[in-house]
Structure formats: C-alpha cells, structure tokens
Write a protein that binds this ligand. Structure first.
Ligand SMILES: [Zn+2]
Ligand SMILES: [Zn+2]
Length: 369
C-alpha cells in the first residue's frame, strides 16, 4: 500500500511538472532559472559530461557545472551523472585528459545535483594500453578500480569504451574487445562494490567496412570494423554469472553510426540478458537517422515505444551532452535539449513510461537519492 501511494505521488508530481512545462513552453536550455534547489525537480540524466576550462595547467569544471545546472532547471532534471569520457594515452588528448577526481570542486558546489561515474580517465586508458600490446597486470587494474570506488563517492564506472569512433576534432578512434580480460576484471570490482558499468560501443554484428559518418570523416578511423556483439554477449554472460548486482549499461541507445544498433538488436540483447540496461540519447548531427528514437517530426517511433513497453524498467535517459563553461564552445553538437525532448513526447504517450524512463529506473539502477 505504501509503495502504491508513493508511486501515485510521483506520478502526480510528474504531471504537475509536465503541466508547468507546457504552460511555460519550456523547450530550450536558454530558459533557465538561477536557483540550484532541486526540491521541485524529478528527473535524472544518467550520462553527461562537464567540459573543463584550463588555466596554468589546472582544469576547472565549475563553469561547466554552472551551465549544466541551469539546463537541468529548464528541463526539471534533479540530478545528472557526469564522468570523464573514455580517454586513451594518445597525445591528441594530453591537454584535456582527466579523471572524476578532478571534478571534486564542481561536485561539492552542487552536491545535490551532480553525481560521479569514474574510470574513463584511468581504467579506460589501461584497457587501451593493454589492447595496444602493453602488459597490464589485472591485479594492478583492480587496485586502481577499487581506489576510485573507495575514495570518490561515485555511483558507477564510466565511461568505458569497447568501440568508439573518431567523430571530429579532439576525438580519436578506440577499440577494445568487450570480453577483454580487463573488462572482466572491472566486472569483478563492480561486483564487489555493487555498481553499474557504463559502456560505449557502436554496434557491429559482422565484419564491415567503416561507414560514412553523418559528422564527416576522420583519418584515425580504420578501414574495416571487427564484430563485437558476440563478444558483448560474453561480457554479459560473465557479469551475470558473477553477480546480479553488476549492471551493464550500454549507453547511447537511439544514437548509432553503424546503422546496426536497431531496436531489433536492443530487443534481442535485453531479452537474453537481464543484467543489461540502456540510456537514451538523441542527436541528429552525428548519428544515422534510421535508429534514432524520434522521427523527423519529433515524435517517438513506434518500434521504440514497443521496446520501452517491453522493457519498462531497463531504460533511462542519458543525453551525453558536454556542458562547457559559459562563453566557450562545447565540443561536438549539443544533445541535452534534443534528448530530453523524448520525455516530453513520452509523457503524452505513457505517463507511466515517462516516470520510469525519466527517473525511477535511474534511481534504482544507480541507487540514487
Ligand atoms: Zn559515449
Ligand atoms: Zn559520454
């Protein structure tokens, strides 16, 4: 009974918020408020980034956090999970490489609005180095992972990369087999700490030539791509056998550069592995349109609505937006407004799904307050 009342309360809160949204016509992050109070907000964005400013070799994330909170207020987002994107030891990334520990001042400033995922700036580099032939001791890798877990107050590991394309300036190409021994080592630590793992992986069912990118070509990308779906299944099988506490979040559903991350593939994997979760991103500038959630009119495609209805507790929001300090240019196209438009549409189709995908699932999966 108590749970039923709570759920009813959450639903009423959502409807009140959506009503306010429609009344104010709020569809852009330019409509902001100065308040950082989160008491009236409901939603969780489980995957975004803060772009640092740099002065004298020191990176600061508070400017990006200020912009993030203003955008969150505009969309009724209570909390975002931010993380270092997947880095490598490439010299291309020397100036901007960081780990979640570098964001502590920004997190302290907005402790009720921002939570951390960690590993993109250290564990992902170790995995990339291992794939390049460097000898990486699994025990040392686990020590770094445990240190992040024990010292940062994080809520999960991220962002790790199994297949990451170069989509423009500042990007590099990264590939690591999802069943690599170090991904298994990460699952071991995630099991100990009972936290999810965020994994970035363009879908490749079989060997294919590198596709023509919506965002334009990049010389770092290879000519041929290696299949990864079967290896991903190995990882999910390993994690499932390890512990039901290890949740693998295959990030950026609805965003796709191989034309292979279809709802059919998502459906197959979600059906086979109950430890698999996804979060939604919408960005027309750097993704093929065929597998996006929204059609050209901004409506949710029927195949995605079917997927949401089939797996209502397995999908969350995760815009993958890079919040840059005011007055600076964010890297890549923005995706916060375009992604959160999904929830506005979803609320008209199913308020129950909007509640689950908008915030309930994130609360459960990442154990958020
Ligand atoms: Zn990513
Ligand atoms: Zn990301």
């Amino acid at each position: 009974m108590g749970m039923a009342i709570r759920r009813l309360g959450l639903l009423i809160g959502l409807l009140i918020f959506l009503g306010m949204t429609y009344l104010t016509g709020c569809t852009s992050t330019s409509q902001t408020t100065s308040s950082s109070s989160s008491s009236s907000y409901l939603y969780y964005d489980t995957h975004s980034h803060l772009q640092p400013s740099e002065s004298g070799g020191v990176l600061s994330f508070t400017g990006g956090a200020d912009v993030a909170v203003a955008s969150m207020n505009a969309w009724g987002v209570k909390k975002i999970l931010v993380m270092p994107p997947p880095f490598s030891s490439s010299s291309e990334q020397t100036a901007t490489r960081y780990e979640c520990t570098d964001m502590s001042a920004a997190v302290s400033k907005y402790s009720d609005r921002i939570a951390l995922l960690c590993g993109g700036g250290s564990l992902n580099i170790m995995i990339q180095n291992a794939v390049s032939g460097q000898s990486i001791n699994s025990a040392n890798f686990k020590t770094v992972a445990r240190q992040l877990a024990d010292t940062t107050g994080f809520v999960g590991f991220g962002e790790l990369a199994a297949e990451h394309f170069c989509l423009g300036s500042g990007h590099i190409y990264m590939m690591a087999p999802p069943d690599h021994p170090l991904f298994y080592a990460l699952v071991d630590v995630a099991s100990e700490k009972a936290v999810p793992i965020d994994l970035h992986m363009e879908a490749i069912s079989s060997t294919m030539s590198f596709p023509t990118l919506t965002s334009g070509s990049c010389s770092y990308n290879p000519a041929v791509l290696t299949p990864n779906i079967d290896k991903f299944k190995n990882l999910l099988t390993y994690a499932g056998a390890k512990s039901p506490k290890v949740k693998i979040v295959w990030v950026h559903a609805g965003w796709d550069n191989t034309s292979q991350r279809s709802t059919t593939v998502c459906d197959e994997l979600l059906g086979l592995y109950d430890n698999l979760y996804m979060n939604l991103k919408h960005s027309s500038a750097d993704s093929v349109s065929a597998n996006q959630v929204l059609d050209s009119s901004g409506n949710i495609k029927s195949e995605w609505l079917s997927l949401f209805n089939k797996y209502p507790t397995r999908i969350m929001m995760g815009a993958d937006h890079f919040f840059a300090p005011a007055g600076t240019t964010p890297p890549g196209p923005g995706s916060f407004d375009s992604s959160w438009a999904i929830i506005t549409k979803l609320a008209t189709a199913s308020s129950n799904l909007a509640v689950k995908i908008g915030y309930e699932n994130a609360q459960t999966i990442y154990s958020l307050q």
